[in-house]
Design a protein. Structure first.
Lengths: 189, 662
């Protein structure tokens, strides 16, 4: 767990400094859930990602437009230690679920994503480390939210000493977690 | 020992999460790059009617894919690229064509409805849940009508119409309040039918009694009617168990329950009270009960068309217009359930909250108090004699006047003797309305309108009711500029700086095109913004203006957020070789011996005035109400621009006082 967390943090720290919008805010749980469903799920069947939330009704703490009784503004979108903890819990649960899907799908994934995942499930075999496989997995989860430099840093980290010989489940778990904790994934563009 | 070890592990985990949070926060805060003319690639291409370039900024194909993903998400109701999208094919297309393809997708209707709700200040995270539209999506009829119009090439500016069609949401599948024990297992639709049948049984029993082969004794019939009238409140409460608050709001505004009872009560009073039994017209009583029942039956029939079993709209175009004829209405007030809760009036604020809402949302006027032009006539009342208050109230109160007949829940009390407020207080309507009565001799009856200047009345737009407000919004330039500003914020970022000249250029183009077709104008405005430099800039600096109007000067000009305001309102006197007061407001340079840039400013003695002093004077001259000192002299400056300039000058003044860098 801590190893994966450091992997994500190290990736963030070793990347070139970003000039993301000052005070950029999270997209919010609703938007992230929709993005993941659009990319990974069967058409028209959203992934049940709420199961990974640590408690009910905390999704509003990750950034939300919803409200009642007053005009709506985007609330709770600024990163802080509380919402980071919630993101970490939710997305690590998701990452584990993806990794466990090498044996049997844990979520209603669509066929294109399962095909991409299956190739990566051969890790640490050489075939799973090809540029095509890694890039396909990156795009499948990240979409096109991040610049190429982010992908290269992610790829190089996992091809490096930390993970190149680790089992597939552990590596895919960490890979997915690193992508979904990336600021380009979580923050508004 | 084990407990201590667990706590230590917990602390270590928390520390790591905090480390990650700090990392992300630092990344989010980012670096703020200095603005250089080289980063501002000349005139805005889309405003010059040039086709947008084929590639997005950023690193080649990756950059363009980023642009496509972002644009897909924005223009397809939140749905980005998925496995079904042929990204390689999209990569080969010019950006404008990609944007127009996304706008031809049926999900674009969700984008427009979402944007309209954002414009109105009531955006939600997602219009749909589990594939079905949430109730909120139906709650802003002007937003829906406008979105439907955009999809069909109609009048997008229906967004400014505060009266129009009504779209009822599908009826609820669950109830907020508990049901009686014998109904808890019944489907919602069954409960509704049961509740409605109970009410219908009351009507049909009376009708059967009055129209039977043997007419009832008049006294008996009147007695039965009296019992129904006395029990009507309880009967309605029982009926309402089958609905939730948003539907009850609709039933109340449509007088679905009260109007039939009023019809029966009137007939009862005319036939059963003070009349000899022999003269009671049972047929008339029966006919009136039947009329009341017909009204109830027709409305309920219309309401039941929204049962989820047969009404499940899949796109914005599927939203059906409610037959307002059933309510005996032609138009429905655009302020629905949620706005009635958010914009409550009271016996003390009258309708000022509603007025402030309209100024903020439709005119982009945040009511920053920055003084005012002294009125030519003395202003009475507490807010007139206190200049600090009057800085907002001169425009807030006349705007609130448009809503003066709309009491609690926006219910129209225009024909009633009393007006009831949301705080349950009430007031004699005639006396209450004098708050907006124009002074004797005034060319108008009411001081109700959109007030640009309390001194220059010719600049203002006056009216009476909400219909007039819609007319004023359609005719005024401010709401269209506000629309373009919000569209930019929606598509680019809420906090992204925007050059006023660029915004004006966008607005002018939109206005010209909207005069022909407002839907086309809106789509073109979207294309312009998604082709803009700011939109295409990854990791944009929110304090920079990435887009400038054609022929805009950037080198040596004041900061982009105010340059245009200064050019438009101040440059006439404060520019050139001998600017008024020695203050040049179109240039921005570091003073001799100084490092922080400011306006060139020389005093009467020829010596350089310090930037700190320059800004102190600027703030004072912008906010004073003294016509001899207030700037710009003898001319009305749009209050939105005065507010923006004042806030900026105040910020600069504070910054200089702290000795901070720009």
């Amino acid at each position: 767990m801590i190893r994966r967390l450091f992997a994500a943090a190290a990736l963030c720290l070793c990347l070139p400094p970003l000039a993301l919008a000052e005070g950029a805010q999270f997209k919010g749980w609703s938007a992230i859930s929709r993005e993941l469903s659009t990319r990974l799920a069967k058409p028209g069947i959203p992934l049940d990602l709420d199961q990974f939330m640590p408690a009910e009704d905390v999704d509003g703490l990750l950034g939300t437009w919803n409200g009642f009784g007053d005009e709506h503004s985007f609330k709770n979108g600024a990163p802080n230690s509380v919402n980071m903890m919630i993101w970490r819990v939710a997305l690590s649960g998701f990452a584990k679920s993806v990794a466990a899907s090498c044996k049997s799908p844990q979520l209603e994934f669509g066929a294109p994503f399962l095909a991409t995942l299956r190739e990566l499930c051969a890790w640490p075999a050489a075939a799973a480390k090809s540029e095509d496989v890694l890039q396909a997995y990156w795009f499948a989860v990240m979409g096109y939210n991040a610049p190429e430099s982010e992908y290269r840093a992610w790829r190089d980290f996992f091809l490096g000493a930390s993970y190149r010989d680790r089992p597939a489940a552990e590596t895919i778990d960490a890979m997915t977690f690193a992508i979904t904790m990336n600021p380009y994934f979580l923050l508004q563009p | 020992m084990d407990v201590i070890a667990r706590i230590a592990r917990l602390l270590a985990a928390a520390r790591n999460v905090a480390l990650l949070a700090l990392t992300l926060s630092a990344l989010a805060a980012g670096r703020l790059a200095a603005e250089t003319p080289a980063d501002l690639p000349g005139a805005l291409q889309a405003l010059q009617d040039r086709a947008p370039s084929a590639t997005a900024s950023g690193d080649g194909a990756w950059g363009k894919r980023w642009w496509i993903e972002k644009t897909a998400r924005l223009l397809r109701g939140g749905e980005g690229l998925g496995p079904a999208d042929d990204v390689d094919a999209l990569l080969r297309l010019p950006e404008e064509e990609i944007a127009r393809r996304f706008m031809a997708d049926r999900r674009f209707g969700d984008t427009i409805l979402d944007f309209n709700m954002y414009f109105l200040g009531f955006k939600i995270d997602s219009l749909k849940q589990d594939g079905l539209y949430r109730r909120n999506a139906f709650d802003f009829p002007n937003a829906v009508a406008s979105a439907q119009a955009l999809l069909t090439g109609g009048d997008y500016l229906k967004l400014f119409d505060l009266k129009g069609p009504f779209y009822m949401a599908p009826l609820p599948l669950e109830f907020d309040d508990p049901l009686p024990a014998n109904e808890t297992r019944l489907p919602a639709e069954t409960v509704r039918i049961k509740a409605i049948d109970e009410v219908e049984a009351v009507y049909t029993r009376l009708i059967a009694m009055g129209s039977g082969p043997v007419p009832p004794a008049a006294d008996d019939f009147c007695y039965e009617i009296e019992k129904v009238l006395e029990g009507s409140s309880a009967m309605h409460t029982r009926l309402l168990r089958a609905f939730n608050d948003p539907e009850i709001f609709v039933l109340r505004r449509g007088q679905v329950l009260t109007r039939p009872m009023e019809i029966i009560a009137r007939a009862y009073h005319s036939e059963c009270e003070g009349k000899a039994e022999a003269k009671v017209d049972v047929k008339h009583l029966t006919a009136e009960i039947r009329r009341a029942f017909d009204y109830f039956y027709r409305v309920i029939g219309e309401v039941l068309k929204h049962e989820p079993s047969n009404y499940r709209p899949q796109s914005v175009l599927d939203f059906r217009q409610f037959d307002l004829g059933a309510f005996g209405m032609k138009t429905w007030l655009a302020f629905g359930w949620e706005q009635s809760n958010a914009l409550k009036n009271s016996s003390t604020n009258f309708n000022r909250k509603r007025g402030a809402y309209v100024l903020k949302r439709f005119f982009c006027d945040d009511l920053t108090p920055v003084g005012f032009d002294t009125p030519k006539e003395h202003v009475a009342g507490a807010h007139g004699s206190d200049t600090t208050c009057y800085a907002c109230h001169y425009k807030l109160d006349p705007m609130a006047g448009f809503f003066r007949n709309l009491g609690a829940d926006f219910y129209n009390y225009g024909r009633a003797l009393m007006v009831v407020f949301d705080d349950d207080a009430n007031s004699d309507r005639t006396k209450y309305e004098t708050n907006w009565a124009a002074a004797p001799g005034s060319p108008r009856k009411w001081n109700v309108g959109y007030i640009r200047s309390p001194r220059w009345e010719d600049a203002n737009a006056y009216g009476n009711g909400v219909g007039d407000l819609s007319r004023i919004m359609r005719a005024s330039p401010e709401p269209k500029r506000c629309l373009m500003k919000r569209l930019y914020q929606y598509l680019v970022a809420e906090d992204q700086a925007i050059d006023g000249a660029y915004l004006d250029a966008l607005t002018r183009k939109f206005e010209a095109e909207a005069a022909v077709n407002s839907s086309t104008a809106m789509k073109n405005a979207i294309v312009r913004i998604v082709s803009s430099n700011a939109y295409r800039k990854q990791d944009a600096d929110p304090r920079r203006c990435y887009d400038r109007a054609p022929r805009a000067k950037s080198e040596g000009a004041p900061p982009c957020s105010v340059a245009y305001i200064l050019e438009k309102n101040c440059a006439q006197c404060h520019s050139g070789a001998e600017p008024s007061g020695g203050l040049e407001l179109t240039k921005w340079t570091a003073p001799p011996g100084g490092t922080m840039p400011s306006f060139p400013h020389r005093g009467a003695d020829g010596k350089t005035v310090t930037p700190h002093e320059t800004f102190a004077r600027l703030v004072e001259r912008l906010s004073t109400s003294d016509p001899a000192r207030r700037m710009p002299k003898q001319m009305a400056m749009p209050s939105q621009e005065r507010q923006a300039l004042f806030l900026w000058a105040q910020e600069e003044h504070t910054r200089l006082a702290k000795g901070a860098a720009p």
